[in-house]
Design a protein around this ligand. Structure first.
Ligand code: FES
Length: 108
């Protein structure tokens, strides 16, 4: 199992354990983590799965794809450089063994 820690505004955290190959967005949505919407179902077409990846995981992320880059221009909360990623494009167990992310204050 692989661990994802979601840090919410205000200090609450959710810890989710998931199987390899599951995206950060799907892990959040299937485990009732608030603040991750996933409106387009993971097609990189909505930006409602925006997360801010914490150190030291930022340096281990795969490159940002063209579609992801385009959607990161449409996030409801401000983008924060390389920390900002679409949760649907980050696969646990493939891209990362584990990860910690901050959930933005707003996704819509
Ligand atoms: Fe829509 Fe990630 S779920 S862009």
């Amino acid at each position: 199992m692989h661990k994802i820690i979601f840090h919410h505004v205000g200090g609450d955290t959710d810890i989710v354990e998931t199987q390899a190959g599951v995206s950060v967005m799907h892990a959040a949505v299937h485990n009732g983590v608030t603040g991750i919407v996933g409106e387009c179902g993971g097609q990189a077409m909505c930006a409602t799965c925006h997360v801010l990846v914490r150190e030291p995981y930022v340096d281990r992320l795969p490159p940002i794809g063209e579609d992801e880059e385009e959607m990161l221009r449409c996030t409801a909360s401000p983008r924060d450089g390389q920390r900002s990623r679409l949760g649907c494009q980050l696969l646990i167990g493939t891209d990362l063994e584990e990860v910690e992310v901050d959930v933005p204050g707003s996704q819509v």
